[in-house]
Design a protein around this ligand. Sequence first.
Ligand code: KG4
Ligand code: ZN
Length: 337
Amino acid sequence: MYVLGIESSCDETSAAVVLMEEGKREILSNIVASQIEIHRLYGGVVPEIASRAHIEAISRITYEALDTAGITISDVGCVAVTSHPGLIGALLVGVNFAKSLAFAHGIPLVAVNHVKAHVAAAYLEYPTLKPPFTALVVSGGHTSFYSVKTHTEFCEIGATRDDAAGEAFDKIGRVIGMPYPGGAAMDALAKEGDANAIKLPSPAIVGDNADFSFSGLKTAALNYINGERQKGNEPSHADIAASYTKVIVDAIVKKTSYVLDSEKTAQLVLAGGVAANSHIRGALEQLCKKRGVEFCRPSLKLCSDNAAMVAAAGYFEYLEQNFANTSLNASANDDGN
Ligand code: KG4
Ligand code: ZN
């Protein structure tokens, strides 16, 4: 079945056509229109500008996805759209467009949770992957562990109690002059610095849990940078990136170890935009190897926001007959309410 995925939860408008069948997943198109250049001017995503840019792009991107896939709308078996969580105005653009398209053409519509979609990206590249397994989603808005019970049912094991890892990378990246979003640039710069140069607090919450807190780490890094600047020194950006990355990677490894022990899982899926981080990928690769756990990490283009992952998640909602109707609404919240 051809699934048309539509994604507009933050600053990427995306549409994709994915062929999903038992044991078969083929991405026929996955078009992403990024708004990063627009938001870069402001150092972060401006919600109203994001909504407007989605409106301008969504129709063009969707028809481009169909054209690239070599199909027409009448070949589509299911329209899957991200309905939550995310920026409410941005989500509404995708939801309303998907509703109109689905109901005008009589195609079943399913609503998709963006976080579950990040995890579903793994099904596209690991066709034998099946729940139950454990997932770690690290993105601009989430840092959470899940016990994935079925393709559609997730149970949160632990999460950040404040900011997400992506936001933490972007924030300090911005303070040391990196254009928004600084995550990928921090990743590259961290390779050139001394990871033990600056002492920073761990974002791992003490104790037997799978929780994080990034706000104290952000403040400590900021205080260090400001303190040095007040003394007239510009601290080494590479050392900051390396030291900051090290405490984040160490915390992720520590909490993943705890989760692998408590869940006794055979497979770990790493998902979300921050899953592109080479230090995190390398450290978790080693950890999983040591534990004899299969490490499933989607390729970089499927880690960041894209509609192929939405189509993959939507296919399983379709199989469960979790259909949406014209009353489908967007929600900024994780639970869709
Ligand atoms: O999943 P995503 O595309 O959007 C959300 O759902 O939030 O994640 C975006 C986040 C941004 O914070 C970005 O800086 C971060 O992913 N990111 C990275 C890397 N590539 C993207 N963070 C660290 N290292 C990277 N290589
Ligand atoms: Zn995302």
